[in-house]
Design a protein around this ligand. Structure first.
Ligand SMILES: Nc1ncnc2c1ncn2[C@@H]1O[C@H](COP(=O)(O)OP(=O)(O)OP(=O)(O)O)[C@@H](O)[C@H]1O
Ligand SMILES: [Mg+2]
Length: 419
């Protein structure tokens, strides 16, 4: 039935010669499907010989109804395929305009993500995979700092569970038309194109709403979908029910409450009722040092520049920066993504310091210089603990010296006053 459903979804999708394909009975529809199966979906004309071929191969009755239809006859032994756009028929402009849109899918292939051979599982990956494998409808919200594997974990869970996944990258502009679908121009005709949400529902796929906290309130159209019920798509007057396996996973850098520190520009406060529809939230942290070392070492190896010591140093370096970031000592952070970028840059430029420099150039000068200096310390053998202890001692010394300066100043002030 695939070809049949694909080409003729709407009642008004009438064959150019006037035959309404919706009037065909099941046997006739089946015969047409077999013809498309045998000769391809682009078939517009069919010969008597081809009809006989289908009759014999699939042991079905010869379609007397088709050859007897004068409207379908093109020439001797050649017939127009019901539902197709017959090449030899001149289509009047009014005909095209009067044809109602029919529904098309942009996704004809299987959309199970590919397995990433460099993926290392950690954190919430196991839980995410369990939910996805269960095929239960159980929306998940994953929040965490940038570049710590949120999107990758969902993608890989789908790859391993062999589940189809449709990813939508949300922006402030994302609206109902982007999500549910809209009318598009296709081959000179206006057709309804399913949006990713409807497509995922109809396929029973996992819908990944990436960076959901960048959305405006236009995503509120997803409310009924997050309840697991179907949705009425008013533009095509159709009620779409989710197929078994449909689920929603959202990722975000915030918890949908905005970003107070301004770190995640563009993130918005999401509607409370919308967030309430996600039964669970996972907080994704950066991987533990051992796991991150494995991620970076694996990346170095697959990039052709195996170097476990460099991987360990990079992870120690990132660890110190993250701890300092947490204490407010620095405004930027080194993500797992950036460590992987450095590993890749090293494989290309064959120079560790250059790799670190080009990958930290995006930070302001003082941050970049402090990051590069810090790496040199790590590279010379200093441990994270000793660097942090030194840093703490230096800060305390600075506070003491400032306090001393203040008291000296006030003593000077008192003298002046007395004089
Ligand atoms: N578990 C992992 N195994 C291997 N590589 C990983 C892993 N986690 C993260 N990475 C690396 O970090 C990169 C960033 O991961 P991902 O895009 O999933 O981050 P994210 O948390 O979704 O970031 P953002 O919040 O910016 O969208 C990946 O492309 C990959 O190179
Ligand atoms: Mg992401």
């Amino acid at each position: 039935m695939i070809a049949y459903m694909y080409i003729m979804r709407k009642k008004n999708n009438i064959n150019k010669k006037g035959l309404n394909i919706m009037d065909l009975n099941d046997k006739q529809k089946n015969f047409i499907d077999l013809c498309y199966k045998e000769f391809g979906n682009d078939l517009t004309e069919i010969t008597r010989q081809q009809l006989v071929q289908v009759e014999k191969k699939y042991k079905v009755a010869f379609p007397q109804w088709l050859v007897a239809d004068k409207d379908l006859k093109i020439s001797k032994g050649v017939y127009s395929m019901p539902g197709s756009v017959a090449k030899n028929v001149e289509t009047k402009k009014e005909d095209i305009e009067s044809q109602a849109a029919y529904i098309v899918s942009s996704l004809t292939d299987n959309v199970v993500p590919n397995k990433d051979k460099d993926f290392v599982s950690f954190g919430n990956y196991g839980d995410v995979k369990n939910v996805i494998t269960s095929k239960k409808f159980y929306p998940i919200f994953i929040t965490g700092l940038s570049g710590n594997g949120k999107t990758l974990a969902v993608t890989q869970a789908c790859a391993v569970a062999k589940r189809e996944m449709i990813r939508v990258n949300i922006t402030i502009e994302t609206d109902e038309d982007d999500l549910l679908g809209g009318y598009r121009l296709k081959d000179g005709q206006t057709v309804w194109q399913n949006g990713p949400v409807i497509e995922a529902m109809e396929r029973g796929a996992v819908l990944l709403l990436d960076e959901i906290d960048l959305a405006s309130n236009k995503i509120m159209c997803l409310q009924p979908i997050l309840e697991g019920s179907g949705i009425y798509v008013k533009k095509i007057n159709k009620f779409v029910k989710p197929k078994l396996g449909f689920n929603v996973v959202a990722t975000a850098n915030t918890k949908g409450q905005g970003s107070d520190d301004g770190k995640f520009i563009g993130t918005n406060v999401l509607n409370e009722a919308f967030l309430e529809r996600f039964p669970i939230t996972f907080e994704q942290q950066y991987p533990a040092a051992k796991t991150e070392q494995k991620i970076v070492a694996t990346k170095l190896k697959s990039a052709g520049k195996s170097d476990d010591k460099f991987a360990t140093n990079l992870v120690t370096w990132a660890d110190v920066i993250r701890k300092t970031f947490k204490d407010g000592g620095v405004d930027e952070i080194i993500s797992t993504r950036r460590l992987v970028h450095i590993a890749e840059a090293y494989a290309i430029f064959k120079n560790k310091m250059k790799a670190i420099e080009v990958c930290t150039n995006r930070f302001d000068d003082s941050t970049k210089t402090s990051f590069v200096d810090l790496y040199t310390k790590v590279d010379s053998g200093a441990s994270a603990e000793s660097i942090l202890a030194d840093k703490k001692a230096a800060e305390e010394a600075e506070i003491l010296s400032e306090e001393k300066q203040d008291s000296d100043d006030s003593e000077d002030g008192e003298d002046t006053f007395e004089v």
